[in-house]
Design a binder for this molecule. Sequence first.
Ligand SMILES: [Zn+2]
Length: 256
Amino acid sequence: MLTLQNQLQDAAELMQEARNIVVLTGAGISTESGIPDFRSPGSIWLENPPVSYPDFIHKPEARRRYWKTRRSLSSQVRAARPNAAHHALVELERRQMLLGIITQNFDGLHQDAGNDPARVIELHGTSREAACTLCNTRSSMEELQRRIDAGEEDPQCPLCGGYLKSATILFGQHIPADVLARAKELAETCDLFLVVGSSLRVSPAANLPRLALKRDVPLLIINLIPTPLDGYADVVIHEKAGTVLPRLVELLEPSS
Ligand SMILES: [Zn+2]
């Protein structure tokens, strides 16, 4: 049985050879920053199931529920700070080993930690901006939240009258084609694919490591619980990202 130290050594050796690492991050990297995973016990989303996109568009009641639920979520996201795992990924970029980060999170913590925003692909959008569901115009989330807090129940776009929401992707809403194309391109050009804090159960994110595997690119998985691709990975570590990633980066040879 491999010890954690053996696994870290194996992972570091593979990473040492790589120059174009792509990292897929999921809720597991942000839970250590205090943002709940919607599948985890005590999550607000279990008590209040998330509003789907079709419901949001068709039902005023669903939009009111969306804004009510979002208030507690947005304060948690505002209070969150990057943790040791986010900072370790910044170190990979500093060492010029990082091609890009594809994230299922919408909390902006990779950018806060210091990763180049141009290298971060937010598959599920961002909760830091508002977006019109009709004309796609982005606007200030803070300003929109102030309108909600002032009592507005169903805010609409001043330009076209479309319904406004945060620029995140709801269930039943398509990921923009250009965002998905960029994510696939990264998975198809990387020389190592690292999964951090994603259980690989939500597509299309779950399919991205497969694109790397098809090209025989090394796959490393760091996630608390098993994933469907564990058997295909070169190294699997079932630990917290904030514990493992900094140790992994420390094992890399000193950068010049
Ligand atoms: Zn609009």
